[in-house]
Design a protein around this ligand. Structure first.
Ligand code: FE
Ligand code: CA
Length: 505
């Protein structure tokens, strides 16, 4: 660990444990930066810096100063500015420094109301034409607060990562579980105030704060940032005013995440779809499979949301008109495959590979309707389009299913010899609970394209990428119910740029 990294992590911990130790804070003050700091959306000359002021009696508009330095002692400050944190937006700050140098690390901090925040480390992306780029990143998802501790984040923060890609379920809207190891504030989330409180509860965790302070994040949401299994403007319980609910949820999401001001939601709409070119190494495509999707077919009676159904009982599963991404986003992706860089990384929410829960012989099988299996013709279109354009190095990254999966992606799963057209790494949950391992083991026989499937592991995946190879590590905590849990690498895979499909390493 470098000195600066150790100081950074200690700084983040000290803020939570002992706010009176923060430089310039007056002893009598309540902590104003109790939810930490974050950065996100790096590009070649800047990124977004985030914080949110906390504590009682905040004025309606509070000036917040920020600065960016080339060193963690802030001797060499290269950018600074001021934002106004407004009560209407939860006193959140989304600062957007520009004119920074490409491909280098920076440190940042905020000042407001006589207090100073912890120091965060962030970086810019390489210029899109930079030849020698490499990328170290992790994917993570599903961090239900009450059922575990964030040991996984403590370990992720100690890896030397350029980027964290958070792939959804940052919060859960549920009340405290019967299996909880720590209590949530508040019950089931329904109002804007509830969503704000739920984010604040998560962001009070020092290990999560340390992971945000260690490097910039790219984020996409999944369902629980709004409600389990929601689809577009349809809620799980077919609530009459779901648009209001989605507007409140998206607003709280933007308030708490390092997205730019331009992404601020208008009513119930917020664009998170985007792209980042990392030098000449990779194009990262960020997808939204919640906001624009067709509702799940064959739900339980009187309900929206997911179900697990046999194809023969639910012919609508094969309806080619249905889409998971929405027609516009699907076209945007099909038109945007990068044909010049060796890698196309697709950061999205859920498992893309087919996972049939019964033997799919004779065109049958049994599928979970919320994931890509519920939209199989749309999956086929996406993968066929990538194959047809000969998009190089397509690697699909996901979460949502609370299991580590490594898989071959094929446009046609009914034909056993169909070519592998892309690779998939779908990370398990940081904490959220899963289904029995025996159920996955039983299904392996008729899902031969799935090379690794572990529902009994909590953690994340970390990757090293260069022009020739992707190296993947399946990271697993010993016990997500303990804050002091250790971590191990349970499996290693590589993908060669010249050949789609993960290989054991
Ligand atoms: Fe989840
Ligand atoms: Ca989910």
């Amino acid at each position: 660990m470098t000195t600066s990294r150790r100081r950074l992590l200690q700084g983040a911990a000290a803020l939570v444990a002992a706010p009176w130790l923060v430089p310039q804070a007056r002893a009598a003050d309540v902590p104003r930066f109790a939810l930490g700091i974050a950065s996100g959306q790096p590009h070649a000359d800047g990124m977004v810096l985030w914080t949110r002021l906390t504590g009682p009696e905040l004025p309606g508009r509070v000036p917040v100063r920020w600065e960016v330095a080339r060193d963690d002692a802030f001797r060499d400050v290269v950018a600074k500015g001021e934002e106004v944190a407004e009560a209407d937006w939860s006193h959140s700050v989304h600062a957007e420094p520009a004119g920074l140098e490409p491909a280098r690390w920076y440190w940042y901090r905020f000042d407001a109301l006589g207090q100073r925040s912890a120091v965060g480390r962030t970086r810019t992306a390489p210029r899109p034409d930079a030849a020698a780029a490499t990328l170290a990143f992790a994917i993570a998802s599903c961090q239900r607060y009450d059922v575990g501790w964030y040991a996984a984040w403590r370990h992720a923060a100690a890896e030397d990562l350029d980027l964290v890609m958070f792939l959804g379920d940052y919060i859960y809207e549920y009340g405290t579980s019967a299996k909880a190891v720590r209590k949530l504030e508040g019950g089931r989330v329904e109002t804007l105030a509830d969503y704000r409180l739920r984010y604040a509860t998560h962001k009070s965790d020092p290990d999560l704060q340390a992971a945000h302070a260690a490097c910039p994040w790219l984020l996409v949401w999944d369902d629980h940032e709004v409600e389990n299994d929601y689809a577009n403007l349809q809620g799980e319980f077919l609530e009459p005013d779901f648009r209001r609910r989605r507007a409140d949820a998206y607003r709280a999401y933007w308030e708490h995440m390092p997205f730019p001001k331009a992404a601020r939601p208008a009513d119930a709409d917020m664009r998170i779809t985007g792209r980042l070119d990392w030098g000449r190494l990779a194009r990262i495509h960020l997808l939204d499979d919640r906001q624009y999707r067709d509702p799940q077919v064959c739900p339980k009676p009187g309900r929206g949301g997911s179900n697990t159904v046999a194809l023969k009982d639910c012919p609508a599963l094969a309806d080619p008109k249905r889409t998971l991404l929405g027609a516009a986003q699907e076209q945007w992706l099909a038109d945007g495959w990068d044909l010049s860089r060796p890698w196309n990384l697709v950061a999205q929410q859920t498992l893309m590979a087919r996972m049939s829960w019964t033997d799919p012989k004779d065109g049958g099988g049994t599928y979970w309707t919320d994931g890509w299996d519920g939209y199989a013709p749309a999956r086929k279109r996406l993968l066929a389009a990538a194959a047809e354009r000969k998009a190089p190095g397509v690697v699909v990254l996901g979460g949502d299913v609370h299991s580590h999966y490594v898989a071959d992606l094929k446009a046609d799963y009914d034909e056993r010899d169909a070519p592998v057209v892309a690779s998939e790494f779908c990370g398990s949950s940081i904490t959220s609970l899963s289904q029995p391992q025996a159920r996955l083991d039983a299904a392996r026989a008729w899902n031969p394209h799935i090379r690794y499937a572990r529902s009994d592991q909590r953690g994340y995946m970390s990757f090293r990428l260069d022009a020739k190879q992707l190296q993947a590590q399946v990271r697993v905590v010993d016990d997500a119910r303990r804050a002091d849990s250790g971590i191990t690498t349970a499996a290693r895979y590589v993908v060669d740029a010249a050949r789609p499909g993960p290989q054991p390493a």
